[in-house]
Design a binder for this molecule. Structure first.
Ligand code: PEP
Ligand code: MN
Length: 243
């Protein structure tokens, strides 16, 4: 199963430490944003090109494939060599021309659900990529906007089995952005797996209170270790249920 882990953004040398630890604890893929989409232009938006050597080094040391968001054609070009998977973020999921551009790439794409996208629209967004030729699309449920302010987004667990009913694409769960609260990440991750999620995307940081972005939803190493133990037990339980 795909377990994508790492910080919200690459911030510096600590990315190498995070990469090593998440690999040791069972991550199969590495994340860490280079160009971050933000809700305000006045907020820090990543190290940009300066992060690329750090991503390369973390990949070299861990051997893990690396997932990174690109927001336009220029970023696709800049990140092409270092990216193993491209991510389309929630904020750009409705940009059909950008989706077509990812459809012309020869790397897998993780397509995150937009904040106000229905399940059927989500499937149609993936069609913009696949009809251009790139069939390697993995969907990611990361919560939608509702009236509930306690959580950052409302994680829609029903999206997971619904997607399996509607198309042949895999769907993974991002309970970090889906809840925005560290104490809710593990229970929602387990719920997503029980509902049939094909993997997880989890934000992990060496010192969450000091994170430049999304510290409030980033697991410490010890918390990620606990999550992985529970994920493994959940997988055993699911095998037992489906037998
Ligand atoms: C992210 O995964 O870094 C991110 C910004 O997520 P989303 O697009 O789901 O908000
Ligand atoms: Mn984030």
């Amino acid at each position: 199963m795909m377990i994508i882990a790492g910080p919200c953004a690459i911030e510096g040398d600590n990315f190498i430490t995070i990469a090593k630890v998440v690999k040791e604890l069972g991550a199969t893929h590495l994340r860490g944003g280079i160009f971050k989409p933000r809700s305000s232009p006045f907020r820090w938006s990543g190290l940009h090109e300066a992060a690329i050597p750090l991503a390369r080094e973390a990949k070299r040391i861990t051997g893990l494939p690396y997932v990174v968001e690109a927001m336009n054609a220029k970023q696709i070009e800049l990140l092409y060599d270092v990216a193993d998977y491209f991510q389309v973020g929630a904020r750009n999921q409705q940009d059909s021309e950008l989706l077509r551009e990812f459809g012309r790439q020869d790397k897998p794409v993780i397509l995150k659900r937009g904040m106000a996208t229905t399940i059927e629209e989500f499937v149609m967004a993936a069609d913009f990529i696949t009809t251009e030729g790139n069939k390697n699309v993995i969907l990611c449920e990361r919560g939608i906007r509702t009236f509930e302010p306690y959580t950052r987004n409302t994680f829609d667990v029903s999206c997971i089995p619904a997607i399996h009913d509607l198309c042949d694409l895999q769907i993974i769960a991002d309970p970090s952005h889906g809840t925005g609260r560290v104490e809710l990440v593990t229970p929602v991750a387990l719920a997503a797996l029980a509902a049939g999620a094909d993997g997880l995307m989890i934000e992990v940081h060496d010192d969450p209170p000091k994170a430049m972005t999304d510290g409030q939803q980033s697991l410490t190493f010890a918390e990620f270790d606990q999550l992985m133990r529970k994920v493994n037990k959940m997988q055993e339980a699911l095998e037992w249920i489906t037998d």
